[in-house]
Ligand binder design. Structure first.
Ligand SMILES: Nc1ncnc2c1ncn2[C@@H]1O[C@H](COP(=O)(O)OP(=O)(O)OP(=O)(O)O)[C@@H](O)[C@H]1O
Length: 227
């Protein structure tokens, strides 16, 4: 049986005192690609935030990589995030430094010391997203799709066990979205586990993977029709 990398049992997801999702049961195994879909405001981001320790898991049980979400302490959150690669809709690159420096900054902050190894790692992850020739550019000199590629490269730096992508194509046009999705698919095909929140149904049809839907305050697995 393959290894479970994320599990939630009877979890309740809150935004402060507001219950957003209840009775949440979710299991993701190593190597899976899973979509989290649902209308705006249905709770996708709240669930993602609970998974990376931005919202506490107060009811139910949950485990992600090697961490118990019910017992997660403030000081453990950076260590949890090191095992996760997180990709956001708005890229969140530092605009005052180059692509290379953005990635170098993360490596330094996560304890890397050897400059040669850091350089090799940066080239490795940029090559995975096809951005190795643009390492000297500032983020604002890149298109949205290129910025998201760099953000995906940044998420790969510490060889994460799980990638959480919250609407990674939300700011991109349909053609660029497919481009970025091709990158995520290649990363998945190389063995990575990915949970991606999206409301882009066209992408799901083009890149079909297991799909979980947030609706009416609960989660359901969507059974995809085979044509
Ligand atoms: N910081 C907050 N404080 C209180 N309530 C919030 C907060 N952020 C979101 N909510 C509420 O929680 C519910 C779920 O929001 P969430 O952002 O998780 O939805 P979503 O499915 O990710 O939506 P979208 O697709 O628009 O990002 C909504 O009713 C929203 O109004």
């Amino acid at each position: 049986m393959s290894e479970e990398i994320l599990s939630l049992h009877n979890a309740e997801i809150f935004q402060r005192e507001n219950l957003v999702l209840s009775n949440v049961n979710l299991s993701i195994k190593k190597g899976e690609f899973v979509y989290l879909i649902g209308k705006t405001g249905s709770g996708k981001s709240s669930l993602m935030k609970t998974l990376y320790g931005d919202l506490p898991l107060e009811k139910g049980t949950g485990g992600i990589v090697d961490f118990d979400l019910t017992k997660l302490k403030e000081k453990e959150i950076p260590f949890l995030r090191r095992k996760l690669g997180i990709v956001f809709q708005d890229f969140k690159l530092l605009n005052d430094r180059t692509v290379y420096e953005n990635l170098f900054f993360v490596l330094k902050a996560t304890g890397w010391k050897d400059k040669g190894k850091m350089k090799a790692k940066i080239i490795e992850v940029l090559s995975k997203v096809g951005m190795e020739t643009k390492d000297f550019k500032m983020p604002f000199q890149l298109s949205g799709g290129e910025q998201q590629r760099v953000a995906i490269a940044r998420a790969l730096l510490n060889d994460p066990d799980l990638i959480l992508a919250d609407e990674p194509t939300g700011n991109l046009d349909p053609v660029t979205s497919v481009d970025v999705m091709n990158v995520l698919r290649d990363i998945h095909n190389s063995g990575k586990t990915i949970l991606m929140a999206t409301h882009d149904y066209a992408l799901i049809l083009k890149f079909p993977y297991k799909t979980i839907k947030c609706e009416g305050g609960e989660l359901f697995e969507v059974v995809q029709q085979k044509n």
